[in-house]
Design a protein around this ligand. Sequence first.
Ligand code: EPU
Length: 338
Amino acid sequence: MQIESGVSLKPYNSFGLPAVAQTLVRVTSDACVREVVDHPVFGRAPKFILGGGSNIVLTRDMPQVVLKVEVPGRRLVEERPDAWIVEAGAGESWHDLVAWTLDQGLPGMENLALIPGTVGASPVQNIGAYGMELKDRFESLDGVDLVTGRSITLGPEICAFGYRDSVFKHSLANRVVITRVRFRLPRPWQPVLGYLELERKMAEERVSSPDARQIFDWICAIRRAKLPDPAVLGNAGSFFKNPVVTPEQCRDIIGRDPEIVHYPMPDGTMKLAAGWMIDACGWKGKTVGHAGVYEKQALVLVNRGGATGSEVMTLARAIQESVYGRFGIRLQPEPEIY
Ligand code: EPU
């Protein structure tokens, strides 16, 4: 087991925020997790599980034992008549996995291209984009229980996926280290279209039945055009969740703001575009201290260079207040605030 002390977490969070881990252990297998659980000092100490650090806002140093998940590996485990089952180590880059599946002739995850972060983090917040969520491609996952040290396999029912939500944000938070995830890619492949920006690309390029590679390329182009590359400008993707309201609340807001972008949900509720609301409050492109609101997508907060987590949170609270003042809606942060 490799134990490091006083490790700067700045390179390990996509926002590039300063924080120090008192103790950091790199986890490359289930056995590594068990070694930590059985360790005389660290076994009972509080733990913090760190994946790609792309969905976290660090506002202070970490006294917990940080488990940096680096489990490698990607393979096709099963070819069923109705699906391919692909397995990946939790430490693999999410985007590299999506690109690899396409290279292997295994389409089905192309709409989730270019989402930052690791495979192990993908079920935690049920990542989603362009009409697809992780839960639509999830088969099962393996992990190690941090209390018992036992390896476990969990299916979709226990994971309790919701909109950017799962059991790993609630009862199993920092309790299970996810080490491998299996994905179910349905056969025959069917494109997931219908998202406005994808429809626009199809019309522009006069392609009516795109293949998976074409969709992958479009998604990459769409994301690159409006989302900042964390390697260039620190950020954690969407900073707030899109709020879900009742149809009555939605009608009331439309009465006051007819332009508001909203989508009906399958259960009859309405999802409002938080980015639109923040933009409508005049925040796009604004900077407070070293933190700012991205100029091409108001839902994304960025580190303009040298920002601290508390500066980011000060900006976030100011945005929440102005959106509440105008729309009566309290925006909820999407990344984990530590
Ligand atoms: N809009 C504005 N101004 C803005 C931003 C957005 O008017 O500054 C409008 C857009 O024109 C559009 C609507 O708001 O009509 C929604 O915007 P967009 O399509 O960019 O999607 P989003 O709701 O802002 C969500 C996800 C993203 C995901 C995209 C595409 C959440 C919190 N965010 O963003 O996920 O990539 O849809 O599917 O659900 C993430 O979770 O980190 C993330 C980036």
